[in-house]
Design a protein around this ligand. Sequence first.
Ligand code: BGP
Length: 490
Amino acid sequence: MDYKHSFPQNFLWGGAVAANQCEGAYLEDGKDLNVTDVSKGLLKEPAMHWNSEIHKWEPKLDGYFPSHEAIDFYHHYKEDLKLMSEMGFKAFRTSISWSRIFPKGDELEPNEAGLQFYSDLFDEMNKYGIEPVVTLSHYETPLYLLTEYGGWLNEKLIQFWLRYVNTVFNRYKGKVKYYLTFNEINNIFKIPFAAGGVLDINPIHTEKVNQDITRKELYQAAHYIAVANAETVKLARKIDANMKIGAMLSLSSLATYPATCAPKDVLAAQQFQHQQMFFIDLFCKGIYPGYAKREWFENDWKPLMKENDLKLIRNNTVDFIAFSYYKSCVISEGEIMKTDTGGAYGANNPYIKDYSPEPWRWPIDPIGLRYLCNFLNDHYNKPLFIVENGIGLDEVLDQDNKINDTFRQKYINNHLIQLREAICDGCEIMGYLYWGPIDIISAGTGVMRKRYGFIYVDKDDAGNGTLKRSKKQSFAWYKDIIQSNGENLK
Ligand code: BGP
């Protein structure tokens, strides 16, 4: 009998970060700007202005950009990985910042200093037996590819991407087994500049980037991204049969509940789920789903595709589904859903009593994680990897220089219990990577104050601080959970 009632022995316990939120050193060793380097938080308009003389978008780097130094992981990674290893991490997710390897994005030769940095970083992880889980693009498309080419609206991006991926796959062969292609790629429809790496280079309105971008154009970019994703899978199989490629999606909003059992509300929830499933259908089933084709038909357009594209996409699907889950949401018919980095939000859910503290106030719904895993298992039958789940709290050291973060422990504990239930339900779960095991810059708000870590970093929103690392109370707690392979959950 192969019924599983607990976390598997090879379960990948660990944590996840992204280069742009922790590394800092934003122009060091040959790196050029990427899309998040011009952001003081992804939910704000990027710092770009239209230069009408040369008819181009340009970065406008006035004032303080928290991510430019971040927690200086670039120079502190050895110290940080030592702490991760002390907690017993089996895996650690970070991203390669594309613009460290190809600073502008369209060069023919890579930047050796950038390649060496990640080589050293992965060696350091492997030294501790920590499996690197590497995101190839975590909101980090080189800015030049957007200002010069329009980013993923341009088919040329496929070739630039493949040069980058080919370089990385060959260089880190044997060091890295797990790669994720595009972080939360379904967010292209919500935050196209950062998540999709697209820019309107012939705008009519120039007050904001991408004001004139249409859904048709976003679907076109999505198609090029789908081709790039399939080519990536194909390349990985050719270079090293041991490599595993995952799709990475923001799936909080797949845990969408209808506000009532009125059929129209139930249908609204299902249609909203379809929006989240589009890229999973593309990357995992290798098909364009009917609900997307219907939208194209009703609007009398569809993305341009080359003859062999559909075959390529169908024959090169990903090995596993990696996703972030922070919260669930509720929808009723006609509801306009809003969004932030944690997922969508619509109507209030009267059954959810717990929220993360102000000012973020994200609903806490561990059962949503079990629901989501089962949903994905039922629809896609692929291994699942939770590569983001966590809670941001505004924390300060107490008089004894300690942080008692029992709220965080309870949050993780309750999500892991539901994850174990999902395993009992028959879902194949590869691992759980807590988001932000060390305090980093928050993606959505750009602040340091929204702290996720088991490790506190002395740095404030104005950029002051010694960067000293200290363990919060959850450090020992998570270590114990990992050591007991989840047996010590309450
Ligand atoms: C996801 C991103 C992460 C991360 C997380 C938490 O959308 O992939 O980069 O930061 O959200 O969001 P925030 O940092 O805004 O709290």
